[in-house]
Ligand binder design. Structure first.
Ligand SMILES: *[C@@H]1O[C@H](CO)[C@@H](O)[C@H](O)[C@H]1NC(C)=O
Ligand SMILES: *[C@@H]1O[C@H](CO)[C@@H](O)[C@H](O)[C@H]1NC(C)=O
Length: 495
């Protein structure tokens, strides 16, 4: 739960010197254009006026800084297998899977087991989805995903079948809890199981593969599985698209805010900053009574100072204003029910009145089909978040990581990751009067987030002080940043 706080900055690999030269050249070119306009249109008063005042250059630059994707140096998705890769043939060994967790834990877990099935030469049976998790969702694989597309897209990689062949339904299965963050050699050893069993049942699908040091073809297969094969079912895809169109019709650009301020999250993290006594007590009791949450006593103050708490709606409001987003900005809230309801939301909507929810964009009638299925509403939020101009998660988690990763993959769309630990210090200065909302606060917060906008960088390795298997846990998730394996530099033109 306590995610690592990295401080090591890394630079993207494309030759920085060359890029600097290009930028300097571009700068002089712009200066030249600017001057030639002045020389060549001296009497065109009207035009000059518009040029300097209406869409003035600084305004446009500020606007681009708010809404445009960071420079991506021509990097592109690359998921094609290498020339060594062989098409899968049918295998008479089968792998059944129970996928665990919420929507995005299941999605990335399924991408992992696709790769595991490939390594172990197994035919994969369409995974069963988690119905017992906190979200109690009865949706099946084909309710959420386009099953035929999944099978077809991965045809060359792994054979996938809808169900176990009838004659194998009752044979004894090897029931395995594969170790987390495993290597290819671990799974190659596991093929020993085929000597005794024809079916292996995988009890958990999340994080079954290491983030790093796997063959390139396995990493690319994970990307093909997640970004190409695991498409949402047609009703979710088309409704998601419709909601995006309605958002665009309201104002063009929008921010998707993953406002992780739901009751379960606050209870789990033990974060009661800004809540009433009764609310804190309610959350404490919920934590006490939830068996699978192991940590029961949490000091909320320490948790917050460590940067381990979701930002509150008020904090998010201050944060986005400080970054320069105007009050009229359109913000879509990708989240479940906000704890404390409208009263707490008011602290955000007072700064950004143009806030919308699914319920603002669609009728009860339209939403009816989705709202009783947590995974399906989460899928709609996912679609809308990936397509937004700006994505801001108020807390890290499977959804935030998956959305960030896909946005990087699709062309480094802007994702602003709040530096929660740094921000808490600033918010406390506001609270005790050492700072006020305004340009100096804005300067501090902008500087703090200069390198947290989703620009290209390599995936971070383990924390330096970590040894052995513990190190695997501290690596940045493959699905949060599939660079360099699935994002490549443009081909160099030789000669
Ligand atoms: C899987 O099958 C291929 C092709 O028959 C073979 O070369 C490879 O060794 C097999 N892998 C394992 C782990 O058994
Ligand atoms: C929680 O931690 C803070 C800061 O370390 C400390 O001042 C406070 O007394 C702690 N509260 C409890 C209830 O232990």
């Amino acid at each position: 739960m306590a995610r690592r706080g990295y401080s090591r900055p890394r630079f993207p690999s494309p030759h920085p010197i060359k890029i600097n030269l290009i930028l300097i050249f571009a700068f002089f070119f712009l200066v030249f254009i600017f001057h030639s306009r002045q020389w060549h249109l001296p009497d065109d008063e009207q035009k000059q006026q518009t040029f300097f005042h209406n869409g003035s250059q600084t305004d446009q630059m500020a606007d681009a800084d708010l809404w445009d994707a960071p420079h991506s140096y021509g990097l592109r998705p690359c998921v094609k297998p290498t020339s060594r890769y062989k098409a899968a043939t049918g295998w008479d060994h089968y792998m059944t899977v129970r996928s665990n967790g919420g929507l995005n834990q299941m999605r990335t877990g399924i991408a992992d087991v696709v790769a595991v099935a490939r390594i172990m030469n197994a035919t994969l049976v369409i995974p069963q989805l988690d119905k017992r998790s906190f979200w109690h969702d009865s949706s099946t694989f084909s309710d959420i995903f386009d099953e035929i597309h999944f099978i077809e897209t991965l045809r060359e990689d792994v054979k996938i079948v809808k169900e176990l062949p009838l004659e194998l339904a009752n044979v004894p299965r090897a029931r395995k809890h594969f170790t987390s963050w495993a290597s290819t050699s671990y799974y190659e050893d596991m093929t020993q199981l085929w000597k005794e069993y024809q079916v292996i049942h995988v009890a958990k699908s999340d994080s079954r593969l290491a983030n790093n040091d796997l063959p390139l073809d396995i990493q690319r297969l994970r990307c093909r599985a997640l970004y190409h094969a695991l498409r949402f079912s047609p009703p979710i895809e088309s409704f998601g698209k419709k909601l995006v169109e309605r958002l665009r019709a309201r104002g063009g650009k929008y921010i998707a805010l993953h406002l992780r301020y739901e009751k379960d999250m606050l209870s789990f993290t033990g974060c009661s900053y800004g809540l009433t006594e009764e609310e804190s007590e309610e959350l404490r009791i919920m934590r006490e009574n939830t068996n699978h949450w192991k940590v029961k006593t949490i000091n909320s103050t320490e948790q917050r100072l460590g940067g381990f708490c979701p930002l509150t709606p008020k904090e998010i409001g201050i944060f986005l204003r400080a970054l320069g987003y105007p009050p009229s900005s359109l913000i879509y809230i990708a989240a479940g029910e906000i704890y404390g309801g409208n009263t707490r939301l008011l602290e955000l909507t007072s700064r950004f009145p143009n806030i919308v929810f699914k319920e603002t964009l669609a009728s009860q009638e339209e939403l009816k089909a989705f709202t009783n299925h947590a995974s399906q509403t989460a899928a709609l939020d996912y679609v809308i978040s990936v397509k937004s101009d700006v994505f801001v998660p108020s807390y890290s988690g499977n959804m935030a990581r998956a959305v960030e990763g896909q946005r990087r993959f699709l062309g480094h769309r802007k994702t602003i990751t709040p530096d929660r630990k740094g921000l808490v210090e600033v918010f406390d200065m506001l609270e005790n009067g050492q700072q006020t909302e305004g340009s100096s606060l804005s300067h501090i917060i902008k500087t703090m987030h200069k390198n947290r906008k989703g620009a290209p960088r390599r995936r971070r390795g383990p924390l330096p002080e970590m040894k052995g298997r513990a190190r695997l846990r501290t690596e940045e998730s493959f699905y949060e940043n599939p660079y360099p394996e699935c994002i490549c530099a443009p081909k160099k033109h030789l000669g």
